[in-house]
Ligand binder design. Structure first.
Ligand SMILES: [Zn+2]
Length: 219
């Protein structure tokens, strides 16, 4: 499994938060490490909205990143707002999408500046009747399909899976039949696409494959 979290000590986190996020503090109790407080969302130097948040450093997601909750009761716990109805955790990103885009592991400040800020800026937009500014993936299976199509490059999920299966191996031969189903050898078909996707780390390609198969199982 990928791990996009750069482990920081408590002292490092406290020091890192000081200047950019003075209204957030690290609270360590038995078995939990939580960054708590007000997240003030600004855009182009303008204060837009403040949200009370908990960043649970000890509860990691599929990418190894912390779980984030809005705890001030301001955001309804509904899928349309990208909040998990069960535990109130924020859907900050589509894991596959972030994994493909992410260049290096996140520390606390990079995490807050990036996915967390984008999420809450989006929430502030929705509150004022403006659509999410960063585009958004559809929910559940539909979002997974959109993401696969955009990353792998085929409309059909089965074709995406076949492609990822080929890319999950250590070697690829140009004379193999292209996984797109054209019955032509790769070199005469989606060779360029395959080369581009091969630039993603093997762990990323395998993670995409696992997630794509899960998606297919769910239908
Ligand atoms: Zn092809």
């Amino acid at each position: 499994m990928p791990d996009l979290w750069r482990g920081e000590s408590d002292a490092e986190i406290v020091a890192a938060l000081k200047a950019p996020y003075p209204s957030l503090r690290l609270v360590v109790t038995d078995g939990s490490r939580v960054v708590k407080g007000a997240l003030n969302v600004e855009h182009a130097g303008q204060f837009i909205a403040g949200y009370q948040i908990d960043v649970l450093l000890h509860v990691r997601d599929v990418l190894g990143l912390p779980t984030v909750r809005e705890v001030g009761g301001r955001i309804p716990r509904v899928p349309e707002r990208h909040v998990n109805t069960e535990d109130g955790s924020a859907c900050l990103y589509l894991p596959e999408d972030l994994l493909v885009r992410c260049k290096e592991p996140f520390g606390i400040v990079g995490f807050l500046d990036g996915p967390v800020r984008n999420f809450f800026l989006g929430q502030a937009c929705v509150e004022s009747g403006v659509p999410f500014p960063f585009g958004e993936w559809a929910h559940g299976a539909a979002g997974m399909k959109e993401m696969l199509s955009s990353v792998v490059g085929f409309e059909d999920v089965n074709t995406c899976v076949s492609f990822l299966e080929m890319l999950g191996g250590k070697v690829i031969k140009a004379h193999w039949l292209c996984p797109c189903g054209s019955r032509r050898p790769l070199r005469d078909c989606h060779d360029v696409r395959a080369r581009e996707l091969r630039r993603l780390p093997l762990s990323t390609r395998r993670f995409l494959l696992i997630r794509a198969r899960e998606h297919l199982r769910k239908g």
